[in-house]
Design a protein around this ligand. Sequence first.
Ligand code: HEC
Length: 199
Amino acid sequence: MKRTLLNIVLAGILAALVAVNWIGARDYRQPNYEFIPNMVHSVPSDTFAPNANFADGKTMQAPPPGTIPYGMPALPYRATTQDAVRAGIELANPFSATNSVALDRGAVLFQRFCLPCHGATGAGDGPVAKRGFPPPPSLTADHARQMKDGQLFHIITYGQGNMPAHAAQISADDRWRAVLRVRQLQERAAAAATTAKTP
Ligand code: HEC
């Protein structure tokens, strides 16, 4: 009698297992069951939303002082004319004037970032200058021609007088490529002047 009861119980358990196996068959085309779903889907905070987790109540935190953006190495110069001259002595353009890929890129950069003020040929007649912004001196004049590459790089990096700094918009390598373009425009202007003089 005892054994009959045991067998009935065992048969019941077997039937239950078969039923569970049947009903609970995993469909691999569907995501699996998520146990404690909040550990899978974290609750994000919007960049500009208030945030009680931080002392200043903001989600986006200011980078710690002295943080250097990736690809923008710190330069040991200040934004002064003396340091621009020093940069001219100490720094050399990593790109050669015969590097056509760098030159092409420099031309694009010049068109985007310099032409608005300096004009397509560097003469200082860009559209911004024509609309009242203090016109820059010609980049093909002797003053700029006599500057060393590093000095041009410093001026693009830190700005000069009415010219704003471009370190935040243009990476260091691209600033050197823009210097190549300035040199190219200077050479073209010099060549054109020589041709004009020849009768
Ligand atoms: C918002 C207008 C503006 C933009 C954009 C600009 N510049 Fe200038 N730039 C000036 C002005 C104005 C000066 C004259 C600054 C001064 O008062 O000494 C100048 C001066 C210079 C000088 C020094 C020339 C000299 O003879 O003293 C160089 C070199 C130069 N810019 C290169 C560039 C390059 C390269 C770019 C692009 C990456 C650029 N600038 C973008 C306005 C601009």
